[in-house]
Write a protein that binds this ligand. Structure first.
Ligand code: TYD
Length: 201
């Protein structure tokens, strides 16, 4: 599940988990950066709002490190056991936030992340698309903003547009959904797509 900050990923993930469980799947939810003890420790460093001096390359490597540990420790073994894995963000977040919005370049960020993810790529990625302004104002109402969320509106606009560019580049894998639609409607679209994918497997 991908999308700008405040796009409603967690809500949709919880609903998709319920659906997959009623279909008989053993489901694991992970979040990035995080999901293991080491990855959560890296998350604390990345999102600490006092670390304003963090360089873009450091940031990219930390996200990739958190991801490498998550795949090695949790996601890889779960998939090998036949479980369904729903990830709150994955490599597209790095391609968009670090590759595009920070300007490091999608190709380089992908090359580095290949080391972290190995053979694992999602069967489907849902992009919850919404204007940057809406996402950030939703976040402000929910919690204290972290280092990434405190970035400029210009940065968040690059993120929102970056996701749309990624979706245009990988139309087979990335399904774009208007995140301003009602929760139930979004959930219905996701379930429909997942049902189709599972029946084709
Ligand atoms: P997230 O956990 O979605 O934030 P929250 O729980 O506060 O909603 O993501 C943390 C932030 O990290 C978010 O602003 C997006 C950013 N991010 C990247 O820049 N690159 C990445 O590879 C990932 C996984 C997240």
């Amino acid at each position: 599940m991908e999308g700008p900050d405040g796009s409603g990923k967690s809500t949709q993930i919880a609903l998709l988990k319920e659906y997959l469980e009623t279909e008989g799947y053993d489901v694991i939810i992970t979040r990035e950066p995080g999901g293991t003890v080491i990855s959560e420790a890296i998350r604390e460093v990345i999102l600490n709002k006092d670390f304003t001096e963090m360089s873009p390359v450091t940031e990219m490597l930390l996200y990739a490190s958190a991801r490498a540990q998550l795949i090695a420790e949790l996601v890889g073994p779960a998939l090998e056991e036949g479980k369904a894995v729903i990830s709150d963000r994955f490599v597209d977040s790095s391609l968009v936030y670090q590759g595009m919005a920070r300007g490091l370049g999608v190709e380089m960020v992908y090359e580095v992340n290949k080391q972290a993810i190995g053979k694992y790529m999602p069967d489907v990625t849902f992009l919850l698309d919404l204007p940057a302004e809406v996402g950030i104002s939703r976040k402000k109402d929910q919690k204290e903003l972290d280092r990434m969320e405190l970035e400029s509106l210009e940065f968040h606009k690059k993120v929102a547009q970056g996701y749309r560019d990624m979706a245009a580049r990988f139309p087979e894998r990335i399904k774009t959904i208007d995140a301003t639609l009602p929760i139930e409607e979004i959930c219905g679209i996701i379930k429909g797509d997942v049902r189709d994918i599972l029946s084709a497997m």
